[in-house]
Design a protein around this ligand. Structure first.
Ligand SMILES: Cc1cc2nc3c(=O)[nH]c(=O)nc-3n(C[C@H](O)[C@H](O)[C@H](O)COP(=O)(O)OP(=O)(O)OC[C@H]3O[C@@H](n4cnc5c(N)ncnc54)[C@H](O)[C@@H]3O)c2cc1C
Length: 555
């Protein structure tokens, strides 16, 4: 068992996660006050960590002056999310989106101009064009260069394990170096949770623990940390699943359907996907009901369009895709592209799971803010960046009026040390990888749709049992194993929260994403958040109204 050594650090603002949202928050916090001490913990290396390790092909939400309005986006967002979204958060995201685009462009991010010299804008919502094409294979590198120009303290390879909370206010966090096992206590006046969603949740069809669609470092740590801290979470029952290119983890729908590609169903008919639901649950539902064979067809498109699609897929997103299709002899001009569903996962950007925040990115804990896939809102990359900016502004103002709270880290450290001791004293034969496989297979069996009361209760039973077995039965020999054990602890907690929320939502909503076979219809009494939080040491759930906004001209 390695010696548990500790070090200490103080920060005005501590940011957990240096992906899209976290890195943007850090840059903004230093812009606002270069004197404040900003610390970032990232489990990986911020140079290439997170959902955009390199490039991205679009900003999915931009209210373009003269083209699309903020109010229109708020309405489209509410339609697409079937009412379970707070309009004030959608409004905040969209109203900062144009300024964001201009900021990124001034940093050298490429947004190609169309023939009329305007940005290339695609229709992805019923109320107008909100998706702006980005052609930037080096997006994360540009952001990394930008943060390096500040004196932000970046602690790469540092995983946040627990938050320090006193009297309902944030006071800091405990992290662990994923290579050395050394723990670090960072006391902070304000904190931004930006550590992504629970990408490692359901087991993918390929059976590989890390062969998943979203960033595998994101193991639901945000949701675990927020829950343990006593913050409210919402959308935990929204188990998302998308259809992507079969046998390679790369998206295709947005890129092709917005440029005239057709989605072909199992019977060779064109499948109509509503504009507000372009990449939504509908194709997944069709896939599940008919056993597959959904394809994208591009053979009718002009050569110029196909070339531009290839350009994006083969360069900006994932260059390996070109070799993949070449190796299989597939040409977009002559062949349909077969799609397959991803694993089920929890995410604030692509889905609706996350810390419940308001328009200032504040959680229900004082001094704790959340942004990106960690926060509820389905804001995609724009949401991660704009809420990152907003969270930094709120945290800066909060921190300017606070002192460092010298709260003792001992109870937290004791809990962590107990976990580490138990794991190291375990002489069992079960490896942490085998155990994670089992946990995630059970998530597929009992938490993923189709859901019903019996299955969800079985999920709770088995996850509670596995939480115990993790400490009693799993072998940990290296620091790497230990870190994975912490991640499995978080995945299990997310499964418990997801099953609890799904039991509360006694209806079906968002197509297959929350399909309950015992309540197959949508019930408008449930047009509300299902809030999950920790109360009296246990999971509590309740319904809460969403925030709605009305605009002039609404009918
Ligand atoms: C394949 C793919 C394609 C996409 N395409 C588009 C698109 O075209 N347009 C669009 O608008 N959106 C797109 N999105 C969505 C968008 O990229 C994400 O919503 C956004 O990047 C999420 O940012 P984030 O900062 O919340 O999470 P991430 O960027 O994933 O960052 C999370 C960070 O937290 C770190 N971390 C995790 N746990 C811990 C911990 N315990 N302690 C410390 N650090 C931790 C991770 O290492 C990571 O760096 C796409 C997403 C994917 C996966």
């Amino acid at each position: 068992m390695p010696k548990i050594s500790e070090s200490y650090l103080n920060a005005d603002i501590l940011i957990i996660g240096g992906g899209s949202a976290g890195i943007m928050s850090a840059i903004r916090a230093k812009e606002l006050n270069p004197e404040q001490r900003v610390v970032v913990f990232d489990k990986a290396n911020v140079n290439y960590s997170g959902s955009i390790p390199r490039g991205m092909d679009a900003l999915n939400i931009v209210a373009i002056p003269g083209e699309s309005t903020v109010e229109g986006f708020v309405k489209s967002a509410s339609n697409g999310r079937e009412g379970i979204v707070d309009d004030n958060v959608s409004f905040a995201i969209a109203s900062r989106s144009w300024e964001l685009l201009k900021k990124l462009e001034s940093w050298g991010v490429c947004f190609p101009k169309g023939e009329s010299k305007g940005y290339e804008a695609l229709t992805t919502h019923s109320k107008g064009k909100y998706t702006v094409t980005m052609k930037e294979p080096n997006l994360k590198t540009i952001l990394h260069e930008k943060i390096k120009q500040t004196d932000t303290i970046i602690l790469n390879r540092t995983m946040a394990l627990e938050l320090l909370i006193e009297n309902g206010c944030v006071a800091g966090a405990v992290g662990i170096n994923v290579r050395t096992g050394e723990t670090i206590v960072c006391r902070a006046k304000a904190m931004i949770l930006a550590s992504g969603g629970a990408a490692r949740f359901g087991l993918p069809d390929n059976g590989h623990l890390y062969g998943i669609y979203d960033c595998p470092a994101n193991a639901g740590d945000s949701y675990y940390l927020a829950y343990k801290a006593g913050a409210e979470l919402t959308g935990m029952e929204c188990t998302v699943c998308y259809v992507i290119i079969k046998d390679i983890n790369c998206p295709l729908l947005h890129i092709t359907l917005t440029r005239g590609g057709k989605l072909i169903d199992a019977f060779d008919n064109e499948l109509e996907v509503g504009k507000d639901n372009l990449t939504s649950a509908l194709p997944v539902e069709h896939f599940m009901k008919h056993g597959g064979n959904i394809r994208v067809r591009m053979s009718h498109l002009p050569e110029k369009t196909i070339k531009s699609i290839e350009d994006i897929i083969f360069s900006t997103e994932r260059p390996i895709v070109e070799r993949f299709f070449k190796g299989r002899g597939i040409d977009f001009r002559t062949h349909d592209i077969e799609l397959a569903p991803t694993e089920f996962y929890l995410c604030g950007g692509h889905g609706l799971t996350g810390v419940k925040i308001d328009e200032a990115a504040s959680s229900t804990i004082s001094g704790l803010y959340a942004a990106g896939d960690a926060a509820h809102g389905q804001g995609y990359l724009t949401g991660a960046f704009t809420l990152g900016l907003i969270a930094a502004e709120s945290a800066t103002s909060y921190a300017s009026e606070k002192k460092i709270n010298d709260v003792s880290a001992s109870p937290c450290m004791e809990e962590i040390e107990n976990f580490i001791h138990k794991m190291h004293n375990n002489k069992s034969k079960i490896s942490v990888d085998e155990f994670e496989f089992k946990v995630r297979r059970m998530i597929n069996n009992y938490v993923a749709p189709p859901k019903n009361e019996f299955k969800l209760n079985r999920a709770l039973e088995s996850m509670n049992q596995m939480q115990q077995e993790l400490c009693d039965l799993v072998r940990v020999e290296t620091t790497h194993d230990l870190i994975k054990a912490f991640e499995v602890r978080n995945i299990i907690t997310c499964a418990i929260l997801s099953a609890s929320a799904a039991l509360e939502r006694k209806e079906s909503r968002w197509g297959w994403w929350h399909y309950r076979s015992d309540y197959p219809e949508k019930n408008e009494q449930y047009r509300k958040h299902v809030i999950v939080k920790k109360e009296g040491g246990k999971v509590s759930t309740c319904l809460k109204d969403t925030v709605t906004m009305n605009f002039e001209g609404d009918n």
